[in-house]
Structures are given as C-alpha cells and as structure tokens.
Design a protein around this ligand. Structure first.
Ligand code: F6R
Length: 260
C-alpha cells in the first residue's frame, strides 16, 4: 500500500489522471472503475481537461460504476448513473454503451447483481479502480460488518452515511436506505486501486484503514491485502497517520521510473 501525501486536491487529481492516461496509452480499451461522491471530482475534472486540451482518448475504454441507490426513479439527478454521466463520461469521448452501473431498479436485484459481476468479468475485470472512503471506512457502500469476500449485492446504509450524503438531497428523508454495491471481493479483483481522501473529516478513517487492523468493521482495511493500492491524501486527511513522515520520505526518494 503506497500512501502519497499531496498539498491539494488539484495535485491529487493530476497524479491519478497521470496513472489513468498512462494506462490508456498502454491499453486503449482499459476498464476503469468509477466512484461517485466528492472525492473523485478533481480526477474527473483533470481527465476532462486532458481530453479537451490534449486529446486524451477514451473511445475504446469501458467504465463500471461502484454502486447505485435503490429506489430512486430512473433519471433522478442524484442517481449515480446520472452523476457519473454528468461529472465524467459526458465530458470525454467514452462510448455511452461502454459505461455500466449496477441496476438499483431491477425487479430481480440478485440476478442483476450477478449479471453485473459477469459483465465485468467478460471484459477481463477492472484495470484501475478509483475509490473514495466513507467517514466510517466504507468503500463502495460496503458498510462496517460487510464480508471481506463480498460480491455485488444489496446493502443497507448506516445512518452516518445517510447523514453524510444528505448534502446531495433536499433532506435526509430523501436519502435512500438501500443501495447495490460492488462487494469488497469485487473491488479486490481490480488490478490497481487508487483511493482518494481529502479533508480533516476523513483523517480518522484513513488512519484506521491504513494503519489499523484488517477488519470488517473498517471495510477499506481489506486494501492492505491488495498487491497494488495507491492512497492519495491531502495534509488534512493524513493528519492522524503515525507514519506520515515515512510515507513522505519514501515518495520523495522513489525512483522516477516507478510511477504509482
Ligand atoms: C461512491 C462511493 C462511496 C464514496 C464515499 C466517500 O461511489 O462508493 O464509497 O466514495 O462515501 O464519499 P465522498 O467522496 O463524497 O466523501
């Protein structure tokens, strides 16, 4: 697990976009794992800028969203399908049919979740997964207690997450209780995971999942078992890390050919 502490979310966006651009050059039909929420926005902004100004090409790429609310009507402004479209895929030249998300309105949710897993597998799995982290340590919507081997399925949101996400809705009463989310086992299948966390409100979760024990009580801690994870944090989110100086020293002395 590599921890990189950067001065601003703009620089976090640039570093993640560098990794995605390098991947697309190496593998134009790469499969990108897409998170929603506030954390990935600097990455999407930088990718959109590179597409417009530098011709970064997504024409053969695929995208798979991490999660979706259950119970929002189709086209709801805050459904993750719409958010991904608005914040990212409409701003680059990825083919709309190559952008996928779990189906939160399926009659048979279990079958839809299996079909989602199958469609990811059919493309060889996710090459680079973008993640944020919840204040309770969730990734995707794998709340505390989630099986560390879980696959895409329905989950119930914890009240803290509904409160955190109420800022996107008129009131907390409008935040759905249920979601479908890639499981921790699904996320662990991605070849490279890039997790972004910014702001003091994330400091405790970052400390727990980076330096605490691997435990279902802090879902993101399973990433300690992944062979290629990059954690991009600002100073505020890094402020509780015990080994912050070591992470800085390591990154400052990293061979230039290595990348993230
Ligand atoms: C979003 C997702 C969540 C968020 C997390 C952090 O698709 O899966 O895990 O990444 O709730 O949200 P922000 O970035 O809004 O703080």
């Amino acid at each position: 697990m590599e921890v990189v502490i950067l001065p601003s979310s703009k620089q976090i966006g640039i570093m993640a976009a560098d990794a995605i651009a390098a991947l697309l050059r190496r593998k134009p039909n790469a499969v990108l794992g897409l998170a929603t929420g506030s954390s990935p926005l600097p990455i999407y902004n930088e990718l959109a800028r590179r597409h417009t100004e530098e011709g970064l090409d997504f024409s053969q790429a695929h995208g798979f969203a991490l999660d979706e609310y259950v119970g929002l009507e189709a086209g709801h402004y805050e459904s993750y399908k719409e958010v991904i479209r608005r914040e990212f895929t409409n701003r680059v030249n990825i083919a709309p049919e190559n952008v996928h998300g779990p189906d939160g309105s399926a009659q048979d949710i279990t079958a839809a979740c299996q079909a989602y897993e199958d469609s990811m597998m059919a493309l060889g799995g996710v090459d680079l997964q973008i993640l944020g982290v919840g204040t309770d340590g969730h990734i995707g919507f794998n709340e505390p207690g989630s099986s560390l081997a879980s696959r895409t399925r329905i989950k119930t949101l914890i009240e803290q997450t509904r409160r955190d996400n109420a800022r996107f809705f008129n009131s907390i009463d409008d935040v759905p209780h249920h979601v479908v989310t890639q499981g921790l086992g699904t996320i662990m299948d991605a070849k490279h995971v890039v997790l972004v966390a910014t702001g003091a409100q994330k400091a405790q979760a970052v400390r727990e999942f980076v330096e605490g024990p691997v435990s279902a009580m802090c879902a993101a801690s399973i990433l300690q078992m992944h062979p290629h994870v990059t954690i991009l944090v600002d100073e505020a989110a890094a402020s509780s890390l015990k080994l912050a100086d070591y992470y800085r020293h390591t990154f400052d002395n990293k061979p230039s050919w290595q990348g993230i």
